[in-house]
Design a protein around this ligand. Structure first.
Ligand code: PMP
Length: 386
């Protein structure tokens, strides 16, 4: 085969995706824009906060633009240690370990806490990073129906290994609905399993002062519970963390490959996360503002007849009739100055295309009302039920 034909199969696949309306497109945003953002994950509006961005800039000047190596070689600074201490203390865990992203934190936690001699039981809607962790773990995996505690209990009861790990999101990332964390914890305890909760969308928004869904469920600091989070949503920067009992964190330092073989988080991101955590502590009403904007958005869209999910945290979704409709709907919103997320297969496990909408603490009520008007006027036929 001539070398220029080696990748010809990519074109056939691209054509198949185009026919199914599943082509993806990057839309680089300019530094300053008048667009109303209902798509990003900067829930507390801290990514551009002067205290946070300023701390990042100052840390880059002091420590350098990169961490210079893996965490176990040169990539751990005093900022990393302080951030781990502060995250653990704030969320109520014995210890924390910072990773370069939420994705690598999940990969590291799931793989290090399972293995060929364990069983993993998951909700089938968990985030892609947890799914990849499960796949890499070599554990026997049971992925059960969404939020089906009885199915999780059955899978735990019928497993063939002594060790087991139940893996769930706290707030599911597409529809924004909540996992029944207390029921899951009860079932785990009945069956001697550990519980790993990805609180990416709960941390900063739910629980006392934004301590997250795990804290709100009274599970923070429990000996059999591990929490993961990302620094890229409520804390407005980049990075991830695993929080848990001290011996779990020690085990991750020794064995988590996405920790050991990855360059440490940039010092600027660690400093930004510390500043954002400081902002959250000093403005404890930030989470409530997110929740009231989410409630306003969901209620108005529901009144307009759209199929919209209940607002439990910062994320809601609105069903679109087809992937093509979802793309055209999101593009129509963008043309009118409102950016919304568009989720289509394979990013949605149930195959239903949706607009994914997120709110921030710093949006005004009139921003929300504008978004509702734009989303309604750009809607494709059949999107609204009334
Ligand atoms: N978990 C969940 C539930 C997420 O939504 C995301 C980000 N989309 C991640 C993990 C990954 O975090 P990060 O973007 O920091 O890699």
């Amino acid at each position: 085969m001539p070398p220029e034909q080696v990748f010809d199969w990519l074109d056939a696949e691209a054509n198949r995706r185009a026919d199914a309306g599943l082509t993806r497109r990057l839309r680089p945003r300019p530094a300053s824009s008048t667009e109303l953002d209902f798509a990003g994950n900067d829930y507390l509006g801290l990514a551009r906060d002067k205290r946070v961005a300023g701390a990042a800039a100052a840390a880059a000047l002091r420590w350098g633009a990169g961490s210079t190596g893996s965490r176990l070689v040169t990539g751990s600074t005093e900022l990393h240690a302080e951030l781990e201490h502060e995250l653990a203390r704030f969320c109520g865990f014995q210890a924390a370990l910072v990773f370069s992203s939420g994705f690598t934190a999940n990969l590291g936690a799931v793989t290090a806490l399972s293995g060929a001699e364990s069983a993993i039981v998951t909700d089938k809607y968990i985030h892609a990073s947890l799914i990849e962790g499960c796949r890499l773990s070599r554990a026997g995996i049971a992925a059960v129906a969404h939020n089906d505690v009885a199915a999780i209990k059955h899978a735990l009861a019928t497993r063939r290994t002594a060790r087991a790990l139940v893996v769930t999101d706290s707030v599911f990332s597409v529809d924004g609905d909540l996992a029944p964390l207390n029921d899951l914890s009860t079932v785990c305890r009945e069956h001697g399993a550990a519980l790993l909760v990805d609180d990416a969308h709960g941390f900063g928004v739910l629980g006392e002062g934004g301590r997250g869904a795990v804290h709100a469920a009274g599970l923070a600091g429990e000996p059999d519970v591990v929490m993961t989070l990302t620094l890229s949503k409520s804390l407005g920067t980049q990075g991830g963390a695993v929080l848990g009992p001290r011996r779990v964190i020690k085990h991750l330092v020794d064995t988590a490959r996405s920790f050991i073989f990855d360059t440490g988080l940039a010092p600027s991101s660690a400093a930004a996360a510390l500043a954002a955590l400081g902002a959250l502590k000093s403005e404890p009403d930030l989470p409530a503002r997110v929740l009231s904007n989410a409630a306003r958005l969901s209620e108005q869209l529901s009144d307009a007849g759209f199929r919209v999910t209940q607002p439990e945290a910062a994320v809601i979704s609105v069903q679109a009739p087809s992937p093509e409709d979802a793309v055209a709907w999101a593009a129509g919103c963008a043309e009118q100055g409102v950016r919304v997320g568009c989720f289509r297969p394979p990013s949605v496990p149930d195959g239903i295309s949706r607009l994914r909408l997120t709110v921030r603490a710093d949006l005004s009520e009139s921003d929300v009302d504008t978004a509702v008007k734009v989303i309604s006027s750009s809607a494709p036929p059949r999107a609204a039920t009334s």
